[in-house]
Design a protein around this ligand. Sequence first.
Ligand SMILES: [Zn+2]
Length: 273
Amino acid sequence: MTNMLVAADAFLNGLPVPRYTFLFFFEDVNAGAWEHSYSSEYIIKEQDWTEEFGKRMTDIAAHEFFHIVTPLNIHSEIIEKFNFVTPTPSEHLWLYEGTTEWASHKMQICYSIKTLDDYFKDLRRKVITDERFFDKTYSLSKISLTSYTPEGHKQYSNIYNRGALVAGLLDIRLLELSQGKRGYREVINELAKEYGPNKSFPEKEWFDIFVKRTYPEIADFFNRYVKNAEPLPLKEYYEKIGILFDEQTKTFSINPQATLEQIRLRERWMRNN
Ligand SMILES: [Zn+2]
């Protein structure tokens, strides 16, 4: 947990809250984890310590902790004045849950808490889960907007799979367009500073605001992979950073024949400063 928080501190250029509490209950059953603004709680089935169990706890805690960025510091007006009695969905679950899930794993490889091989396994699991268990025609926007309906509820948890994969692709695209200078991490940090806990963004304008702050090409990215459900260009995108994706076995690996340019972009992708 300490290593994870040190990594989060570096990844975010300083922790955005002065105090944060993790509440763990080890019980007879698993009941999940919840994030709040300045704390998160975990009800986890008690078991003997194993390294695998420890890693899983760190993954879950990293995810919940990262919610201090999305949505606490970057959220739509709908979230700010959320109606808990009659919930109104925000379209930007790709940002709140997808980005959070991506960042919680990505920051762990940048600071060597997770090996690249373990990260590749996480990615593979997400690709397989997305393909086998969810409706391929269901876009991330549609998951968001229908999440309170019985139909949407069935697709909801794919936000942790496809939502995180799309955030990873957005990171690579942003790094490519900025020649390695400004990936998704940098953009998120800028936005968190500009918005913060007390300033929401206009729900309908968010895609345009994001595109204006980044590159016109990102509008096309949002159209294809957030608003619509086009097949994810995993092979094409990971190739840009010298990582191979095998479409048959769904495995990721380092390309030993990567070009200098691809290696350079991968170093930027994994940078820890
Ligand atoms: Zn979450």
